[in-house]
Design a protein around this ligand. Sequence first.
Ligand SMILES: *Cc1c(COP(=O)(O)O)cnc(C)c1O
Length: 215
Amino acid sequence: MTIKENIVNIQYQLTSKITLVAATKKRTSQEIRQAIAAGITHIGENYVKEALNKNLQGLATLHLIGHLQTNKVKTAVQLFDIIETVDSQKLAKEIDKQCKTINKIMPILIEINSGNEKNKTGIPPEQATKLITIISKLNNIKIQGLMTMAPHNKDPEQSRPYFKATKKIFDEIKSLAINDVEMKTLSMGMSHSYTIAIEEGATQVRLGTAIFGER
Ligand SMILES: *Cc1c(COP(=O)(O)O)cnc(C)c1O
């Protein structure tokens, strides 16, 4: 199947309420441009430098979906339209600071380490509300939701509890109605798990393999 056929098939399954982000790490500029020509409007990149080299600005809404190091924030805030992987006060403050200098308000998602896995990025679920409450006071970021990667498992059904848990936090934070916090985006689900993520309340899925084939 071509990239275009894959995208048509996926979009057929998604309702208009679900945002499809093409996860494009290791894909060539040409493949990405084919996806855009086939209707992709959101691109997710994992690495700042790789994204920069692909010259994607202006072609689609650019999401940073990989972990962001503080020393790359300055470049990242110029390049990306949304940063999905904020998981610490330190990172949020640096994004805020760098955005101030370029007069930008950066939409962000908070990355939840829903499996409470060691050595994995994302904030532990029980610390999410506190982090959000604190960083919501920063003027140059705008919290718009949550993102999670469930622990890796071949059987996507095993991801369901983690999606469920993240949706629960999402709803709890929404019900707190914290000032300047908009809980509208729940980014979860990858190629093998996205239908389950959607059943559990995802509003955005991040797909690589399903669009482009194996990496
Ligand atoms: C690579 C990646 C994806 C997409 O993975 P596929 O299994 O290829 O769909 C989604 N989210 C993140 C954060 C990724 O790094």
